[in-house]
Design a protein around this ligand. Structure first.
Ligand code: PLP
Length: 457
């Protein structure tokens, strides 16, 4: 066989890819007809594919390349660490310098008393850890039945059995995988799709109070935690009404429920704050982190844990949980370098004060387009709802997602990665995107919207 490299013709790479690679979240048979788009390089916010196309990546990969592509400092940090100590575990009373340094840095950045980190290899694993943390914590406290975790429909918390069960995406749960016991789902705060005649504020309160109703129905002595993303990402960048989070906080406080914020997307500057919980002023007991922690340069995730939960667990003997790659030294070194750059270059501050407001103004102006209903954005995560009739917030007669998919296809053709979630289009660009690149993003989005409109006439 020839050496497989960037220099191979695209069709040959695609044939090998379809023959041997099972893609996540992909219809394999469909992919076999077209072949995958093969990305061969990237710099800043721009991807290059095997045909030489330059594509503006308005999704930062999978919401993760926060500092942008091509930062050699991270490659150097990985190489240094691989030469010095490529691997050692953190089980059985062992540690190493990168994991110590990263834990101290995270405790400094995290809000409130989230001073402790349990590492994982991904966001899904972090949420599996969170299920175990919550149940173990309440069992130690003498309340083993306080083991139900309330989550939300259309939430995404990962793809492992635990993460997929916490998540509320029916498509994932209908493929022969039952939800693990002890997970209860309430409705999401998606005003555009589900708010009916209510104002966003009324609707936000109503949806938050579903949590209280569920706690009362199930019994506060049986509910251990509520988990939610500050802003739902994969569900379509659903930015909750302003009344939602304060009411959720009140309910968790009053009923003695642990609050878990899934910061896998919102964390590390995405909202213009270090964490989505900073943006909303909420006080979680546990946060799931991943993605932007290393800007996707190395797989790493974890749970940030408050003093009470961490100390309770520490006092109770062995916590029989861990992953071979918990606190992997190379991933920790890369994450540390990523955070150093983010702080030194004031990337989060720039999102809050400069490029974020610039993008917001441009993004919100998309509502002038005939296809666009609401256009919402926080920091650098935004969505537009495509609709045939703005005033009534109507849905398209075609299957949900058909128009969104058409728009995404036009975006690709126009050199823009914008994702569709049903008939919502979402963006989450690298946080280092410049104003000129934001202009290009908006121009390509508008062109793609025009072409989509033409296509569905
Ligand atoms: N939680 C949230 C909010 C996510 O968006 C994701 C991934 O998109 C996950 C958890 C799962 O993370 P991973 O894909 O690293 O397992």
């Amino acid at each position: 066989m020839n050496v497989i490299s960037n220099h191979m013709p695209t069709a040959e790479l695609q044939a090998l890819d379809t023959a041997h690679h099972m893609h996540p979240f992909t219809a394999g048979a469909e992919l076999a007809k077209t072949g995958a788009r093969i990305i061969t390089g990237a710099n800043g916010v721009t991807l290059t594919d095997s045909e030489g196309h330059q594509i503006l990546d308005a999704m930062a990969g999978l919401w993760c390349v926060n500092i942008g592509y091509g930062r050699h400092e991270l490659a150097d940090a990985a190489a240094r660490q691989m030469k010095e100590l490529p691997y050692y575990n953190t089980f059985f009373q062992t540690s190493h310098v990168p994991v110590i340094a990263l834990s101290a840095k995270l405790a400094e950045l995290a809000p409130n008393d989230l001073n402790h980190v349990f590492y994982a290899g991904s966001g899904s694993e972090a949420n599996d850890t969170n299920i175990r943390l919550v149940r173990h914590y309440w069992a130690i406290k003498g309340q083993p039945n306080k083991n139900i975790i309330i989550s939300r429909k259309n939430a995404y918390h990962g793809s492992t059995l635990g993460g997929g069960s916490l998540g509320g995406m029916s498509g994932m749960q209908n493929q022969g995988v039952p939800v693990i016991p002890g997970i209860h789902h309430i409705d999401q705060p998606d005003w555009w799709s589900e708010g009916g005649d209510k104002t966003p504020e009324e609707f936000g309160l109503e949806r938050a109070r579903q949590l209280e109703a569920a706690i009362l129905e199930l019994g506060a002595d049986r509910v251990g935690a509520f988990i939610a993303e500050p802003v739902q990402g994969a569900g379509g960048v659903i930015i909750p009404p302003s009344t939602y989070w304060p009411e959720i906080q009140r309910i968790c406080d009053e009923h003695g429920i642990l609050l878990i914020a899934d910061e896998v997307i919102c964390g590390f500057g995405r909202t213009g704050h270090w964490f989505g919980t900073d943006y909303y002023g909420i006080r979680p007991h546990i946060m799931a982190i991943a993605k932007g922690l290393s800007s996707g340069y190395a797989p790493i995730g974890g749970s940030l844990v408050c003093d009470d939960v961490a100390e309770t667990i520490a006092q109770a003997g062995d916590f029989n949980h861990g992953y071979t790659y918990s606190g992997h030294p190379v991933a920790c070194a890369v994450a540390l370098e990523n955070l150093r750059i983010m702080q030194e270059e004031k990337i989060v501050e720039n999102v809050a004060q400069d490029t974020g407001p610039y993008l917001k103004a441009k993004w919100e102006s998309l509502t002038a387009h005939p296809l666009v209903g609401e256009a919402k954005i926080v920091g650098m995560m935004g969505s537009i709802a495509l609709t045939p009739h703005k005033e009534s917030r109507a849905k398209f007669a075609a299957d949900a997602g058909t128009v969104g998919l058409a728009c995404r296809t036009r975006c690709f053709a126009n050199g823009l990665v914008m994702r569709h979630v049903g008939d919502r289009m979402v963006i989450s660009p690298p946080l280092v995107i410049t104003k000129a690149e934001i202009d290009t993003l908006i121009e390509r989005a508008l062109l793609s919207l025009d072409e989509t409109l033409e296509q569905i006439k």
